[in-house]
Design a protein around this ligand. Structure first.
Ligand code: HEM
Length: 210
């Protein structure tokens, strides 16, 4: 009898794991176009060549810090892993770049995030995971390339990265189902657009040509 119960639960685990992997694959393939568009933005092209001004990178970090803060206020206890708490790390990086920050400039376009936030907050809480997906995985993948090109890249450092990616994906997948997956993907694509607008604005300000 115990053996039958064990086999039953094992089967359930295999089915859910399979479904989860499928969701991750679907998200990746359905958002790849937007990812590749932002990855090839001149702002990031300069960054990975190591040619981006410290001032522009500091402004980028400053703008992002609001997104991290918002996500972590929502999911701090559920994430439950100090190594995944990015606000602390990004503030440390900003502090290191402090002398390059000119807080009087109008490039601190934090307002870019406010409308988006109001929009996403009007949806079930689960949808706030879109930014968690975008920001954390950006740091875990692209960030590993970027970290070699910046002076201070604390936010790209994770213990046991592969494990952390797995853990994060698992957390994001919780709550996904066939009824909300398409909408979730749509919001991820919207969030990519928002990030694109941010680097576009920074690029105009710092004369980074297309
Ligand atoms: C220097 C620029 C960037 C480089 C070189 C880069 C590179 C990469 C690479 C190599 C992957 C793994 C892809 C795979 O395994 O198929 C990845 C994944 C990812 N990147 Fe980027 N990336 C960059 C910028 C960005 C930006 C700006 C964002 C968000 C605004 C972003 C968000 C993501 C996300 C969410 C994933 C996970 C996709 C998935 O597997 O579900 N990346 N990136």
């Amino acid at each position: 009898m115990v053996d039958v119960i064990f086999k039953f639960f094992h089967l359930i685990n295999v089915i859910t794991a399979y479904k989860s992997t499928e969701y991750s694959k679907l998200i990746r393939s359905s958002t790849k176009q937007k990812h590749d568009l932002i990855e090839s933005h001149p702002f990031f092209k300069r960054l990975i060549k190591g040619n981006l001004d410290n001032e522009a990178y500091a402004a980028y970090l400053f703008n992002l810090s609001y997104i991290y803060r918002e996500i972590e206020q929502n999911f701090y206890y559920e994430i439950n892993d100090m190594d995944l708490i990015q606000t602390k790390k990004i503030l440390q990086d900003i502090e290191s770049y402090k002398k390059f920050l000119n807080l009087d400039s109008d490039v601190f376009c934090v307002s870019f995030y406010k409308d988006w936030l109001n929009h996403i907050k009007s949806k079930p809480r689960f949808f706030r995971k879109t930014d968690l997906y975008i920001r954390w995985l950006a740091d875990m993948y692209g960030g590993q390339i970027i970290k070699r090109k910046v002076k201070f890249g604390t936010k790209y450092v994770f213990d046991n990265l592969r494990n952390k990616i797995k853990k994060l994906r698992h957390f994001i997948e919780q709550g996904l189902n066939r009824n909300n997956i398409q909408n979730f993907i749509e919001e991820i694509n919207n969030s990519y657009d928002l990030h694109y607008k941010l680097v576009d604005k920074l690029s105009r300000y710092y004369n980074i040509e297309k």
